[in-house]
Design a binder for this molecule. Structure first.
Ligand code: TNX
Length: 522
């Protein structure tokens, strides 16, 4: 009898603790990355059940698509068969409601307000992008296993309260170098999904370099048939047909991500020089290159055919690009004389503008005369970026010592380089774009981008080792006000994303600075 009683008591205790563990009630303790601007908890929980559906206000196709995106994220793991429905009024208890309203101007174009009560998940925003980011927060409020692709046991509860949230910077991006090693369409799409999950909105694709040309240009077909036929280490390389590239752009657009395409010039052009003899000063095609040196190639800035070539490439690329920017590289042109480099960059800016786009370039382009709206991407030399600021240009912050995803974490890292720095997860997180170079102030900065150069990584999983978990920190730098950011607090939230990243099938680097096995996991 006695034994039975204590066994029962134990059972009851287990049940209570079990409930406690999986019934989140304190919204302020949730591990949201990037950290929201404001969270007011109300101490209860909302239960997602097989009665739950997503109601979208009005009939807009875009809103329905956003609702469907959430349903598609939740249904495989929860098995709840959540449907998306339109409505003209607030739905009944137990549902999720998405609506747009212009009134709340503080939210801006990307912000949202998420109010969760015991009865309803109510997400409002001024623009569809805001709804999309609110959905990303909803995902993170559910247990990590919601990210798994197969059916899991519930319950599916969320803590109640109100989150008001909007980003500091309008440009929150990453870059993938598909030139040094080629990445398949599906690999790019998987990165796009990962960026979206952390509310990033730009993917810059480095589409050409010495080792490979990766985008089909119909008027210069050898660029890809020959120039795309290898990569670092001599592998098979590859390229995107225009159709495949458009598919990537559309996939990104559906996730509120703009693709910024880069054709690097006048240096980093060996793949083009190997494909067309006429682009070379001596009229002879170079050999394909599979090493990792930089700075040895240059377009001939004195030949007219060079500008015809660039105009054709930019025209075809602009036609595939709904975004406002075309990136012209301009970095490390060590084989181009400075007196040739400056007029070249000036002329290429005109070509981009004539094709209806704004110019992006690495910080060296600030040595030229920048056109209005040209953006300078600060990666190496502050003095260059400052020259840009002095010319009235906006700056994108990608300082290699802080934000380069291809830098190793430490000397034991499996992949990566370390010419700029070792960047452990804390170092990647602990800096403020507006407080790095005194002359580059908040108002000069459009945002932050973390580039992944791919000399040392050749597939999705190798890339993920370098991208994650640092990307989450860059996402937070781009989104969350600096006053709300603190490494000691962040690292606890990050630890809780270990399970989530695993569920998302991300092979992240398990930094020793983070207590991945710590308590409070969800
Ligand atoms: C410098 S960053 C480069 C790239 C290399 C990278 C390797 C920049 C604008 N140029 O060509 O891939 O270093 O970390």
């Amino acid at each position: 009898m006695k034994f039975k009683k204590s066994a029962l008591y134990l059972l009851a205790l287990t049940a209570i603790f079990g409930q406690m563990a999986c019934t989140p009630t304190d919204l302020s303790k949730e591990n949201i990355i990037p950290k929201p601007v404001s969270v007011v908890p109300t101490g209860d929980s909302f239960d997602l059940t097989d009665q739950t559906d997503i109601y979208v206000q009005g009939e807009s196709a875009e809103q329905l698509q956003i609702g469907q995106y959430l349903a598609d994220k939740l249904n495989p793991s929860t098995g709840l068969g959540i449907e998306v429905k339109t409505t003209s009024e607030v739905p009944a208890s137990g549902n999720i409601y998405l609506s747009l309203s212009e009134n709340d101007t503080e939210l801006g174009d990307e912000g949202y307000e998420l109010t969760i009560t015991e009865k309803l998940v109510n997400l409002t925003a001024r623009k569809p992008a805001g709804l999309f980011y609110g959905l990303q927060t909803i995902r993170q409020l559910l247990p990590s296993k919601v990210e798994l692709a197969t059916a899991q046991q519930g319950p599916w509860k969320m803590a109640t309260g109100t989150i008001r949230d909007y980003p500091v910077y309008g440009y929150r991006g990453s870059m993938l170098d598909v030139a040094r090693h080629f990445f398949e369409v599906e690999e790019v799409k998987s990165l796009i999904d990962q960026l979206a999950a952390y509310k990033m909105n730009v993917l810059h694709l480095h589409l050409s370099d010495d080792q490979g040309w990766r985008i089909e240009i119909k008027s210069w077909p050898n660029l890809t048939t020959h120039g795309g036929s290898t990569e670092v280490g001599g592998g098979p390389g590859g390229f995107y047909t225009q159709e495949q590239y458009s598919d990537i752009v559309k996939y990104a657009q559906d996730r509120f991500i703009t693709i910024v395409p880069e054709i690097d010039m006048p240096g980093h052009t060996n793949a083009a020089l190997a494909s067309y003899p006429e682009l070379n000063a001596d009229g002879k095609a170079t050999e394909l290159y599979t090493g990792i040196e930089v700075g040895f190639s240059s377009l001939d800035t004195h030949k007219e055919i060079t500008y015809k070539f660039i105009d054709d490439v930019i025209r075809e690329l602009a036609a595939l690009t709904p975004g406002q920017y075309i990136h012209i590289g301009g970095d490390e042109s060590h084989s181009t004389k400075i007196e040739d480099y400056i007029p070249f960059i000036n002329r290429v800016q005109d070509i981009v503008i004539a094709n209806g786009k704004q110019v992006f370039g690495w910080d060296e382009i600030a040595l030229s005369t920048l056109k209005p709206n040209t953006v300078v991407q600060y990666w190496a030399k502050a003095e260059n970026a400052i020259k840009g600021v002095e010319q009235g240009a906006k700056v994108l912050m990608s300082p290699s010592k802080n934000a380069y995803l291809d830098m190793q974490y430490d000397s034991t890292s499996t992949f990566g380089l370390h010419w700029a720095a070792y960047i452990e997860v804390d170092k990647g997180y602990n800096w403020d774009p507006a407080n790095l170079v005194p002359e580059i102030k908040r108002e000069n900065i459009i945002g932050i981008e973390a580039p992944l150069w791919s000399e040392t990584v050749s597939n999705r999983y190798e890339a993920e080792y370098l991208i994650f978990p640092r990307l989450l920190g860059y996402a937070e730098i781009g989104w969350t006000p600096v006053e709300l950011r603190n490494w000691d607090e962040y690292k606890v939230r990050l630890a809780n994303h270990g399970e989530r990243m695993k569920a998302m099938n991300i092979s992240f680097y398990p930094s020793k600075l983070v207590d991945w096995e710590g308590t409070g996991k969800k």
